[in-house]
Design a protein around this ligand. Sequence first.
Ligand code: NAD
Length: 495
Amino acid sequence: MKIIKNYINGSEISISKDTIPVEDPSKGEKIADVVLSSKDDFNLAIQSAKNIQEEWSNTTPLKRARILSNYKVLIENNLDELAKLVSKEHGKTLSDAKGSVTRGLEVVEFACGIPHLLKGEFSQNVGTNIDSWSVRQPLGICAGITPFNFPAMVPMWMFPIAIACGNSFILKPSEKDPSCSVRLAELFTEAGLPDGVFNVIHGQKNVVDLIINCNDISAISFVGSTPVAKYIYEQSAKNRKRVQALGGAKNHLVVMPDANLNQAVDGIIGAGYGSAGERCMAISVAVAVGNIADDLVNKIHLEAQKLKVAPWTDTESDMGPVISKEHKNKIENYISLGIQEGAKLIEDGRNFKIQGYEKGHFVGPTLFDNVTSEMTIYKEEIFGPVVCVVRANNYDEALKLVNDHPFGNGASIYTSDGEVSRHFTTHSQIGMVGVNVPIPVPMAFHSFGGWKQSLFGDHSIHGMEGIHFYTKLKTVTSKWPKSINDGPEFVMPTN
Ligand code: NAD
């Protein structure tokens, strides 16, 4: 059985002999073991990052950009292999996995512009013969801790930008699908990245705690569930680290009576059930406004029944399994709870079996109607293929639902009324908002991040927010008076 090792200083190496299994979720079978790193493994990664940090930060942005350009080509050339690694361990369809690697690749493309992105500001004569400018300098060693649901894309939101900015990076990927991170690191070495700039270290909470408590690490990027995001934010801040911690979500899609119904249904089906609902930007709540509700529920139901649930090896699969047996049980318990709490179950995805894959962690598309804001299935993130329809009498009620929910990652509105759409984009208490698009995920050159319980910290991820997160601002004020001596000044200069 393959053992997935750490990637430190340009090669696969692990000191610890402890491992845990990695599964193929379609079959519910172990396909590899992944190392649970020890303190010695962690120290090795830190030492290798420390050894190269100064040299890397002094490497010109243009030279760094050329390595990133090589990396971009290597990712393009190996996209199929990377996507397969994602699908094998995560279970999502191959086309979805390819799409997710491509979204990561776009961050690399963005980071190739680092000489331009790091340009500072300059003012001549802020005072007589005095100039002032600002530069952004690297932080040092940065770390990333990432979730299982996007094993390529989410790490790639972080490390290409951190490294482009002149930092070295330690990635602790999800222990549930760790292979892709190692391959991404190997390809970066192949692209010409000096050993030690990018290290991957596997493990669970113990490694996360080593990262939080390590004085050599300056900044932590985290993406995962809200309770862990909060923990990492609080502990890292206590240790005086810069931190961005992105958490869970409960994304609403509001369907107004004047919406194009077919477009709204397509949006809900793709964003609700795609990747088996295991996306932080999945639509888990459809808010049906006014008299559109019956038609909306009927059409979602009709389309949900047509979806093909199958392993990633089936090219016609619309959605694969969820990540683990525990997660399948958790989702099925939420469905049972929804019934107990009085929601109307329209389509039941429990006990979903596929011939030949009986031990796979499949949950079928599930649809609830008449969900209310008091119910647990509305309040909590299910992270599975479960769409809850909440009925609202009017737009104001729909907006209140969106704004009162503790999560604030994404929300969308489907309408043909520009005034309503403008009101929604202005007044929704949400980080990423869509109009007639179901998953408003910002592109690499914009920034990704929610509000409220969906993000702890001041910076969103990638785009210019990423550049700012991974650099420190320095402002220089400089005077070159070759021959003039004005004597000491005791007042604040004003000209
Ligand atoms: P998770 O919080 O369980 O794990 C995320 C990372 O934290 C993993 O690397 C894991 O090993 C580590 N971890 C787990 N428990 C820990 C603990 N107690 N202490 C310290 N570290 C711990 O999340 P997950 O199940 O891997 O991913 C799903 C979650 O991630 C969902 O809530 C989803 O909404 C969220 N997510 C959010 C975004 C976003 O951009 N906001 C993107 C993707 C996923």
